[in-house]
Design a protein around this ligand. Structure first.
Ligand code: ATP
Ligand code: PRP
Length: 216
């Protein structure tokens, strides 16, 4: 039986819809009273694990799940040894640098050397500031990153932006985009090669149904 790792949170609904489109029902995860972290599809063809979004690549890399769905942002941050099979086109967002709207730093090159940048994406932020040769202190946070510049803890943030509503409502503006992201179907490279038939049939069905899910 194939095991898939699904992310809690923003991507879950679209993931469930995608698997429903290929005949696998994991909708029990959407029930607010559900506390089960592992469920088997009623047809007994596949099992799903419900995990934190940053943990999806971990379960796939260690082989507990043959397939998983994670944002490209998470894959860039964690650089796991997994195969990226399909761009699923949902969960679209970008990883950007933002500052207070009235900040004197209107480009990243203006940020002060040894200034602070708050982020959940420590590795991506470090890689970006290294690439422009700006020594910056990265302050690791786990959420509500926008509070960094608002409280004066940091000059800037590196965070995900989708509609831009969160930045706007907190008086911040984007000054640089590091990269664009969307959800990706990932696989454990070895099981993908070994159990090729079973997994590749499912992957082919998912690939064919991507546009159906994203157009809803
Ligand atoms: N506002 C958004 N719009 C669209 N996609 C988003 C948005 N925010 C995040 N994403 C995508 O969804 C993924 C999961 O985001 P989510 O907010 O559920 O998790 P998280 O808060 O980063 O993780 P956790 O709650 O485990 O700390 C992100 O990695 C990204 O790919
Ligand atoms: O541009 P928008 O459409 O407003 O979306 C962007 C927001 O979405 C994500 O937050 P999330 O909901 O995951 O909360 P957290 O990261 O602060 O926990 C991201 O960290 C931004 O805060």
């Amino acid at each position: 039986m194939i095991t898939v790792a699904l992310p809690k949170g923003a991507l879950l609904k679209d993931c469930i819809r995608l698997f429903q489109s290929v005949g696998l029902d994991f909708s029990a995860f959407l029930d607010k009273d559900n506390r089960q972290l592992q469920i088997t599809d009623p047809t007994n063809r596949a099992k799903a694990l419900l995990v934190r979004t940053h943990d999806v690549p971990v379960y796939v890399e260690y082989g507990q799940a043959q397939l998983g769905i994670a944002g490209y942002d998470v894959l860039r941050e964690k650089t796991p040894q997994v195969a990226q099979l399909v761009d699923l086109k949902f969960g679209t967002c970008r990883l950007s640098v933002a500052v207070k709207a009235d900040s004197p730093y209107q480009t990243t090159l203006n940020l002060p050397a040894h200034g602070r940048v708050a982020s959940k994406f420590v590795h991506c932020a470090r890689e970006y500031f290294d690439s422009i040769d700006l020594p910056i202190e990265i302050v690791p946070l786990y959420g509500s990153v926008e509070l960094g510049p608002i409280t004066g803890m940091s000059e800037a943030i590196v965070d995900l932006v989708s509609t831009g509503k969160t930045l706007k409502e907190n008086g911040l503006v984007e000054i640089e985009t590091l990269f664009y992201s969307s959800a990706r179907l990932i696989a454990h490279p070895l099981s993908y090669r070994i159990d090729r038939d079973e997994i590749s049939d499912l992957v082919a069905q998912i690939r064919n149904n991507v546009s159906l899910v994203t157009s809803q």
